[in-house]
Write a protein that binds this ligand. Sequence first.
Ligand code: 5AD
Ligand code: SF4
Length: 438
Amino acid sequence: MKKAFYLETFGCQMNVVDSERIVALLEQIGYSQVDAADKADLLLLNTCSIRDKAERKVYGHLGRFKPLKDQRPELIIGVGGCVAQQEGERMLDTVPYLDLVFGTHNVHRLPELVTQAEKHRSRGCATEFLGREERLGNFPQRSQLDSVTRFVTVMQGCDNFCSYCIVPYVRGREISRPSSEILAEIEALVAQGVREVTLLGQNVNSYGLKEDEISFAQLLKKMNDVEGLERIRFMTSHPKDMTDELIDCFGNLDKLCKQIHLPLQSGSDRVLKLMNRGYTAADYLQKVERLKAVCPEIRLSTDIIVGFPGETEADFLDTLEMVKTVKYADAFTFLFSSRTGTAASKLKDDQSSVQKQERFERLCALQNQNSEAVWQADQGKVLPVLVEGESKQGDGQIFGRTTWNRIVNFEGDKDLIGKTVSVKIAKVFRNSNLGELV
Ligand code: 5AD
Ligand code: SF4
């Protein structure tokens, strides 16, 4: 009889891509995926440790698995991803019913760990960081999923050590794939029916700098020449590594979507310095102005941290000022969360949580106004939409995205999936638009 596994994924796109790999690897050893934990023989969590909340969620989920294991001791429970990388063996000590732990560089060892747990009931842990060659050999590769848009990982890890961030500790140093391999993967995806590719990396702007590769901008240019590919996106960018050459791509490359995620983190030079971000508010603004000059329709999104240790009201006002000036279409706002081992965890933090929460709400209120204004401006426009599939609302509609990555639901034939059509925006909602096929 076929064995079943249940997998839950937390956190960023890196984990989503790793989870696709997990699915493929488990299928190779005779498992098939199910959507409920109580129907599975193997339960896996692919975890995130970027903030305290994400981490606590993982432990909460493991707690919910315990009664299942009590009922069926043969059940195998495993944890992968960033929490697994960080905690390693300690997780096996603190969670006695856990069978296996695999780190961010060890996804490929999952079949071996599962097989050992099945045969010998032995508990296993694999969290060592790999060397360069081994890592390159284990980059997440194209899966056979049938879809219009796909992620392609171009680099992994991070060397920036922003003072608040756990990523460099749990994902290891930056490493970039050869451009020839990336382009071959994209061509294969396009042959399979993919029309939009999002290049993925913790800091795609420093792609190839360590390996004497072509620049990230040159990689985009080569992608733009791939016949059959219609849209290019990428994330995440670091403002300090946004070169003029890359900015110019938004004016020159017709397939590059007019949208960029450019994390600001703070608008205060003093805080940016404490964060080790490597740019000032003025540097950031200059890049935004250049982006808007080469591509007037471009829309930006960002990440902002509120309540960084020692943040004053004046620092916070600098952040609000930047948000007013840039007019982001979207902002992901986070309360600072101290991460063990990072430089910021050693800074004195004298703000009360009430004060942090109050600032957080002021920022959200401003951003909501901005987002609303940007989105409402689309009402009545006729926009090109790349159709991705049947609408998630299950109402017989189809959906696609605008160049700005906004979802549009509309009445249309399923034959349109994979095609770019003109859609009139009839109604703007918070998370999506309702459209009419023109
Ligand atoms: N506390 C709060 N937010 C954080 N981020 C990263 N580390 C932390 C932390 N310790 C945010 C940053 C980053 C996004 C992915 O998560 O804004 O850009
Ligand atoms: Fe973390 Fe900074 Fe690297 Fe982004 S660039 S992953 S915030 S250390």
